[in-house]
Design a protein around this ligand. Structure first.
Ligand SMILES: [Zn+2]
Length: 90
């Protein structure tokens, strides 16, 4: 129905046919990916050892979110902050 161009009310009207209804409230909805936080958690979960290696060998990190395909770049100082949150894994 969405690909046919129906909006929310158009769908309701189409499904309900002649049944009467009343719109109580309408809200603008949008998709927002919380991937920046997810990317940070992924880096933290690598643990101190791997994070330290990334910092020393690459100096920065670029990650791509699998949900929205957005690219995230982490600078060295940001990686160092995440390193402090990571757990020790020698
Ligand atoms: Zn995302």
């Amino acid at each position: 129905m969405i690909s046919s161009g129906y909006d929310a009310e158009g769908m309701i009207r189409s499904i309900l046919g002649n049944i009467e209804y009343k719109v109580l409230e309408s809200k603008q909805v949008f998709y927002r990916c919380s991937c920046r936080e997810r990317m940070e958690r992924a880096l933290i979960s690598l643990g101190k050892k791997d994070l330290r290696e990334i910092i020393q060998e690459q100096g920065s990190a670029e990650l791509v979110c699998h949900f929205c395909s957005k690219k995230y770049f982490f600078f060295k100082d940001e990686l160092i902050k995440l390193l402090e949150k990571a757990s020790v894994n020698i």
